[in-house]
Design a binder for this molecule. Structure first.
Ligand SMILES: Cc1ncc(C[n+]2csc(CCOP(=O)(O)OP(=O)(O)O)c2C)c(N)n1
Ligand SMILES: [Mg+2]
Length: 800
């Protein structure tokens, strides 16, 4: 039946026999890429890199069918990590990848071990590497596409399918199921997952009985499940006399035994079948009609390697609901270690490669030739390869215009206010403003929308849903602070409690400009400690260069009575160390406003610009704001351009030190009041001392590192901001640093000019209490700061 379907292929589509030839070429090139990489590596440092020839091979059929026939430019694909060589080989054949980069596979600047949006030159849609995440981001990319289209945006680019090619063992990752649930809630469509069901992971063979459950899971969450179990040859054999028993035998064959027989080949199949089917003479007669090679080909003719079945499954699949294709495959199909349970890092020897080359009719010296061995007219074949529908628009990195950032409308900032409260109020003002920026903002939160103060924004801008839904409480005029209308124009995407989903959604929304040609300004809010819950997904979003603003609030031990378990210690260090994420911890609401205004522009900066001056200054990145629920006395002051600039660079003197001062207190975020009180008390002993507000330890540190590196390389670079700040202090001065987080986040300040540091912060946590109780217990209160200051003074001056 499948072959009949294919005969209806359009006039410009590549037919099945040619697809099968191309598949062989793809498989050859993918093994050659890895083989060559190992020769290069061995010649440099005598080491071998992992093989993954087997893992890559199992998707050769599926990927050939997709890229050479089924996909269109608007379709976006996440390719499982170890299929990277197959992916690069395909990109090479269609003209998007250079030979140099293939030859430098896994080397500096070469094609990447796992497909990478940021490091690969060919057309990677989604990076992969951390298993489970590549699968999940396709769900959120589809949601992002729906969001844009519901607003009438992105119509110049047709609606695409978000496709994930995933290893079967990836389904062990919990985040996969989290995203399936969220997809169901949001009426997922335009999403295809192809599971490479080779029944092997890295260490072992995947349990078949468990996999039966997966089918039910997908089906019950609204997915159409398409199983590609047996290929055309096997189906034909099953239809012959005795064939049903053969099907029964394969259906019942444990994965481990099947894998071993795949590895052993024809004679082993025959012996096993003869023993198991002694009571079924018609089936054995069917088997005996094949020589060893034919029998092996028959018994390994699984659906995921059968081009006609694969193509027809894709061509008949719907887009209006998600589809899961379970493609039965053999890890390392057609390679010498096919099916062997230890083949994950398997690498073919030089002799095996030579034999494989001969089998593909490729002459020595023609290893990289795109058409050698295919027995077709080279020029027209090459033209055909580069003109496949998927390639009609070349490399598909779209661009979107930047959204202008106006001066932010501010709420009244007086008296005591927390940064979290200020954040909610500023967003509410932006919502009221009706600016172009306000229309491009999309917010999201994993079930903490209200408790992170996004409520006022949502009241004005509503929840997103593809269907219009009424807030029944509002319709019945029941009192509630939250008005939760939902509809296609809503600008808040409410998620269930799964932080991985938050970061994956931010990743997808934050790539909208590149994937769909429309700019979004995504803002995600969560409790600060739960950043660690989704840290790998956050890292993944940053690695793809997705652009978003992340708000972690409440944070630190300052959330005191809300629960010891929720106190975040490590997040300031995450902020410093996460590549692609500029982290801020403002103390005052006007600082927060300055940072937000800057952030709206920073996340839109050109991702391809060369960065020479300052870390990611021209390139841009994402932004993390660590906010607090602690009310802090708000200064009444003019936000001058100079102050704004200092805040964004990472800090400013709230009380400048006198030239040659021996003491400074540096604080971050919620501890502004404690630091100021301590300063007032110590001034009598150290009247020259300064009080430094650190708004971003991350940006201060990044600027300092950049300056140091430039000087190490004899480049001319102005002093870093932190160097300018600390220069007035005496060489012998000491700095007391204090933060509601790990003390290492600020302790490094002493290294800038060689000052000694007393670093206060939180290293142990978990105790509930009032804020004063906890600050005292963990030694970040005003008394502790004063004591640390006294410890810096010469003994004789400690007590006045
Ligand atoms: C989060 C994470 N943990 C561990 C790994 C290491 N790792 C790479 S591939 C893999 C499993 C491979 O099995 P499968 O997904 O079935 O792919 P196959 O090689 O069979 O195609 C593992 C554990 C990883 N890449 N990411
Ligand atoms: Mg597997």
């Amino acid at each position: 039946m499948a072959r009949e379907q294919i005969s209806r292929a359009g006039p410009h589509e590549i037919d099945i026999p040619l697809l099968e030839d191309i598949e062989r070429k793809v498989l050859w090139l993918s093994t050659q890429i890895i083989h060559n990489a190992n020769l290069v590596r061995e010649s440099v440092d005598g080491l071998k890199v992992g093989g993954h020839q087997a893992s890559s091979a199992s998707l050769a059929t599926v990927m050939t069918a997709l890229y050479f026939r089924v996909l269109r430019p608007q379709d976006r694909v996440a390719v499982k990590p170890h299929a990277s060589p197959v992916f690069h080989a395909i990109q090479y054949l269609i003209g998007n990848q250079s030979l140099d980069k293939l030859k430098a596979f896994r080397g500096l600047g070469g094609a990447q071990s796992y497909p990478s949006r940021t490091k690969d030159a060919d057309d990677v849609d989604f990076s992969t590497g951390s298993v489970g995440l590549g699968a999940a981001i396709t769900v959120f990319a589809s949601l992002a596409q729906d969001y844009l289209r519901a607003r009438g945006w992105g119509r110049q680019w047709p609606e695409g399918r978000m496709v994930a090619l995933i290893g079967d063992a990836e389904l062990d990752e919990g985040n996969v199921f989290e995203c399936l649930l969220e997809g169901w809630k949001h009426d997922l469509r335009n999403c295809w997952w192809v599971i490479d069901y080779n029944r092997q992971s890295l260490d072992s063979v995947v349990s078949d009985t468990l996999f039966q459950r997966y089918r039910d899971v997908f089906a019950s969450l609204g997915w159409q499940v398409v199983t590609l179990k047996y290929g055309t040859k096997l189906e034909q054999a099953f239809a012959r006399p005795g064939g049903e028993r053969l099907r029964q035998w394969i259906d019942d064959c444990p994965n481990m035994l099947y894998s071993a027989l795949v590895f052993q080949g024809g004679a082993a199949w025959r012996n096993q079948l003869a023993a198991d089917l002694a009571d079924a003479p018609r089936t054995l007669a069917l088997v005996d009609g094949h020589d060893d090679a034919e029998l092996h080909a028959l018994m390994t003719n699984l659906g995921g390697h059968d081009m006609p079945s694969v193509v027809s499954a894709f061509e008949q699949a719907p887009s209006d609901r998600p589809v899961c294709f379970i493609a039965y495959t053999i890890k390392g199909k057609d390679l010498p270690f096919a099916g062997h349970k230890d083949n994950h890092a398997g690498l073919m020897t030089a002799r095996q490669m030579a034999r494989f080359r001969d089998a593909n009719n490729i002459l020595e010296g023609q290893e990289w030739d795109k058409v050698a061995g295919l027995n077709r007219e080279p020029r027209s074949l090459q033209a055909l390869l580069t003109s496949v529908p998927f390639n009609a628009k070349g490399r598909r990195r779209l661009k979107a215009a930047r959204i202008e950032v106006p001066a932010l409308p501010l709420p009244r900032i007086r008296g005591q206010m927390s940064t979290q409260e200020g954040f909610g109020k500023i967003l509410a003002e932006i919502a009221k403003s009706g600016s172009a920026l306000s229309d491009r903002i999309v917010t999201t939160s994993p079930d903490v929308t209200v408790s992170t103060n996004l409520g006022p924004w949502v009241n004005q801008r509503a929840l997103f849903s593809r269907q219009q839904e009424e807030d029944i409480f509002r319709a019945r005029k029941l009192m509630s602070a939250q008005r939760w209308d939902a509809g296609p124009k809503g600008q808040h995407i409410e998620l269930g409690i799964a932080e991985n989903n938050l970061f994956l959604l931010l990743g997808a929304l934050g790539l909208a400009h590149s994937l769909f040609g429309e700019r979004l300004i995504p803002i995600g809010a969560l409790y600060d400690p739960f950043i660690l819950r989704g840290l790998d997904a956050l890292n993944y979003a940053c690695y793809q260069d997705a652009r978003f603003i992340l708000v972690g609030t409440p944070s630190g031990i300052t959330l005191a009575p809300e629960g010891g378990a929720h106190q975040s210690i490590a997040t300031p260090l995450v902020g410093i160390s996460q590549d692609g994420l500029a982290a801020f911890e403002p103390a005052h609401v006007d600082e927060l406003a300055a940072v937000l205004e800057w952030a709206f522009g920073y996340i839109q900066r050109d991702e391809e610009a060369e960065d020479t001056s300052w870390p990611r200054e021209s390139k841009g990145g994402s932004v993390y704001l660590r906010l607090s629920t602690k009310p802090v006395e708000q200064p009444i002051r003019d936000m001058t351009p100079a102050l704004k600039e200092a805040i964004v660079k990472g800090g400013y003197w709230l009380r400048p030190p006198v030239e040659g001062a021996e003491l400074a207190i540096a604080f971050a975020g919620a501890l502004a009041g404690e630091a100021a009180t301590a300063m007032g008390r110590i001034l009598e002993l150290a009247p020259d001392a300064g009080l430094l507000a650190v708004t971003s330890a991350d940006r201060l540190n990044a600027g300092w590192q950049a300056a140091q590196r430039a000087r190490q390389q004899n480049a001319d670079l102005l002093d870093a901001h932190v160097e300018t700040l600390l220069r007035p202090l005496a060489r012998s001065a000491q700095i007391v640093t204090v933060t509601d987080g790990h003390p290492a986040a600020l302790a490094w300040l002493g290294s800038v000019c060689g000052h000694r540091v007393q670093a206060l912060g939180v290293e142990h946590f978990g105790q509930t209490g009032t804020v004063p109780d906890l600050y005292r217990t963990y030694r970040i209160d005003a008394d502790a700061i004063v004591e640390a200051c006294l410890a810096t003074l010469p003994k004789g001056r400690r007590r006045s």
